[in-house]
Design a protein around this ligand. Structure first.
Ligand SMILES: [Fe+2]
Ligand SMILES: [Fe+2]
Length: 471
């Protein structure tokens, strides 16, 4: 296959689109529908502004992106796959060691389509969730970062639609249309996964979402990058390059919120930080609890025959599969904490059935590293306060802990007790309206809202006080 980069065509790509007229025509027909969706559901109020954005122009690690001012509807969304690895083999499951598939194996057509559609659905969903945030951006730098994340989620949708159009015939074209028809939070046609139907109303939501929910995306992509279906693997590998920036936006965003709060607490040690227009620490912890647990649900049930089948069939592997010593995972078990007769007890689950939990373990570990980094702000200040991840049993809606009531330490409670204390752990209406009251836009270069510290560095070596969006 031709993997030369073609930036001149209507759809920039490195998949030799020119040589496949039918596919090219099909994608060129989908393109205007995508642009319509973007104009309707993309960032509200800034479509005609020049935004300093990076655009993927190749998959070379040195110079894969190009930075310039662009109006978002004119962004060059392209299709880029990592170059194929010669002689690549299926790395796990029952087909371990067989050549990776360049076409969809007939017997796995349905599950593969479902995997791709589910991943694809999250991309436009997050753009829809975030579409009003531009109106309350705390700085031009943040505004630009929001739009950068948004256009790249748009490109990720293109990546999945490319796979659907290329490998799934009429079904794939139908699914590509459906991806533009569902709407985040819509009662009749919601997005597929729960966290992607939750409102992102303010910038604390946004920073937590990009920290925790985009990181779920990272781990799903890592697992799919292992897939025996080679085009899916190559697509996901390149998406991971862009994903790193989304988590950067979240992690540094929360860190800036903490720094600003700590600064105010130092100046006014005896006051409620809310009196000084910044976020108090319990509120930050509550938003962390919310988005961490919503994101945990995205990994699916702890004990799952679907996950076992995906692994057995070579469709979805573990994160960094090559680091495991046993790629069949046949006779091993996973020690799972389950709820039995009102108690948490350990049970041995066949490893293949626990693959969602194995991936969740890697994810939680990564989150822990992130929270540790945030806590350094308190350490440096000599404060005792620490943020922490709640137990993964807390506030779950999917899997074996759903329908049970755990506190953030993982202790079982009655539903009544849990509901009574809910407001200590999760944002309530008062918290939300306080956070909302801080959300007034600051859109002058070099200025930043009172509740968040400026970033330490700008974008692409520009200073913070740079005109990242021309208003
Ligand atoms: Fe994405
Ligand atoms: Fe993302």
């Amino acid at each position: 296959m031709n993997t030369k980069v073609d930036l001149e065509s209507r759809i920039p790509n490195n998949v030799g689109l020119k040589e496949d007229r039918r596919l090219q025509r099909a994608l060129e027909q989908w393109q205007p529908a995508f642009i319509d969706w973007w104009r309707q559901m993309g960032p509200e109020g800034f479509q005609e502004k020049d935004v300093y954005l990076r655009t993927a122009v190749s998959v070379e690690s040195g110079g894969w992106a190009h930075f310039d001012y662009v109006k978002m509807p004119e962004y060059r969304w392209g299709i880029f796959l990592e170059p194929p690895v010669k002689g690549r083999k299926v790395g796990f499951g029952d087909h371990f060691g067989e050549p990776a598939w360049q076409e969809v194996p007939g017997e796995y057509r349905n599950p593969l389509r479902r995997i791709i559609v589910t991943q694809g659905d999250t991309e436009p969903a997050s753009v829809e969730q975030q579409r009003m945030l531009g109106k309350t951006a705390p700085s031009l730098y943040d505004l630009r970062n929001l739009f950068q994340v948004n256009v790249e989620e748009g490109r990720h949708l293109w990546a999945m639609v490319y796979l659907l159009h290329t490998y799934f015939g009429r079904d794939g074209r139908y699914e590509a249309e459906e991806l533009l028809a569902r709407r985040s939070g819509d009662a009749d046609r919601p997005r597929i996964l729960g966290a992607f139907n939750q409102p992102i109303e303010n910038w604390l939501d946004f920073y937590m979402f990009t920290t925790f929910t985009d990181r779920d995306g990272k781990y799903q992509l890592l697992a799919l990058a292992e897939s025996g279906f080679d085009p899916l693997s190559r697509t996901c590998k390149f998406m991971l390059t862009e994903e790193a920036h989304h988590m950067f936006v979240g992690e540094t965003g929360v860190e800036r919120v903490i720094r600003r709060t700590v600064e105010v607490m130092r100046e006014h040690p005896d006051d409620d930080p809310r009196r000084h227009g910044v976020l108090d620490l319990p509120t930050i912890q509550k938003f962390l609890n919310l988005w961490f647990t919503l994101s945990l649900d995205l990994f699916g049930g702890e004990i799952s025959t679907n996950a076992a089948d995906f692994f057995a069939n070579g469709l979805k592997g573990r994160h960094k599969e090559e680091e495991y010593d046993d790629h069949l995972a046949l006779d091993r078990h996973y020690a799972m904490k389950v709820v039995k007769e009102g108690k948490v007890v350990e049970e041995q689950v066949p490893l293949r059935n626990a693959m969602n939990e194995v991936l969740r373990d890697a994810y939680v570990e990564d989150d822990e590293r992130c929270v540790k980094k945030w806590n350094r702000v308190f350490e440096k200040e000599g404060m005792d306060f620490r943020l922490r991840l709640p137990s993964r049993r807390f506030h779950r809606h999917i899997g074996i802990y759903a329908g049970h009531w755990f506190d953030p330490d993982g202790h079982l409670l009655s539903e009544v007790e849990w509901e009574k204390r809910r407001g200590q752990w999760l944002p309530d209406a008062r918290d939300r309206s306080y956070v909302q009251s801080l959300m007034t836009p600051v859109l002058e270069p070099g200025k930043v809202a009172n509740w968040v510290a400026p970033p330490r560095v700008g974008i692409n070596k520009h200073p913070f006080a740079w005109e990242y969006v021309r208003l």
